[in-house]
Design a protein around this ligand. Structure first.
Ligand SMILES: Nc1ncnc2c1ncn2[C@@H]1O[C@H](COP(=O)(O)OP(=O)(O)O)[C@@H](O)[C@H]1O
Ligand SMILES: O=P(O)(O)OC[C@H]1O[C@H](OP(=O)(O)OP(=O)(O)O)[C@H](O)[C@@H]1O
Length: 182
């Protein structure tokens, strides 16, 4: 059977990449989608492929991305390699924009959404602590923090205001209930 495409969504700074890494530590067989982003490669945070806008647009036109979108003045792409991992039966985790969920649901036969939340104060602290964005960029990211998921998208919702370990344990239990039963 093919793997599941698991979209991880939520406001900037909520902990999407941290939770994805925590899940992959426990389940090394998970495939973490490495995104192409038009952000300088040394920017820090998640492991991503930093490319120029011209390179991004060329790759996008060539069909190199399973999904692509623009946000925060940047372009983002999920490499087509995820299709191969799914075909091998591996579950794929990808940090997505909430705006691309409808398209993703149509594209992937087995599709799940992990929606992470945290209070505005926690988000602001985390973004400042991460230190990747300027104060103006942080303000812009906080302004879109409460955008909702589309109505027809069912999601596993987990609050990541507490310890990361707790969130990872909750996500594991929700995504892999058979593990908890063992
Ligand atoms: N549960 C948590 N408790 C404390 N800090 C966290 C937690 N989850 C994430 N962080 C920290 O918050 C910052 C933003 O996390 P990150 O995973 O980059 O979020 P996102 O990918 O959603 O923008 C990082 O510095 C990360 O280490
Ligand atoms: O439409 P939204 O749901 O608001 O999401 C917009 C973008 O924000 C996040 O990007 P990015 O990884 O650059 O930011 P983050 O690490 O701060 O979440 C997310 O992965 C999307 O690419």
């Amino acid at each position: 059977m093919s793997g599941r495409f698991i979209a991880v969504v939520g406001p900037s700074g909520v902990g999407k990449d941290s939770v994805m890494e925590g899940l992959a530590e426990t389940l090394p067989d998970l495939f973490l989608a490495r995104r192409a982003i038009t952000r300088p490669g040394e920017a820090g945070g998640e492991d991503f492929d930093g490319i120029s806008e011209a390179a991004f647009l060329r790759l996008e036109a060539e069909g190199a991305f399973a999904l692509s979108w623009a946000a925060h003045g940047l372009h983002y792409g999920i490499p087509i390699a995820v299709e191969m991992a799914l075909a091998e039966g591996r579950d794929v985790l990808a940090n997505l924009s909430r705006g691309v969920l409808t398209e993703a649901k149509l594209r992937f036969a087995r599709f799940e959404v992990l929606s992470l939340t945290a209070s505005p104060d926690v988000l602001a602290d985390r973004l400042r602590g991460r230190g990747r964005e300027t104060e103006a960029e942080i303000t812009a990211r906080l302004a879109r923090a409460d955008s909702a998921l589309p109505d027809h998208i069912a999601a596993i919702e987990i609050d990541n205001s507490g310890p990361l370990k707790q969130t990872v344990a909750q996500a594991l239990a929700a995504l892999y209930p058979e593990r908890a039963a063992r």
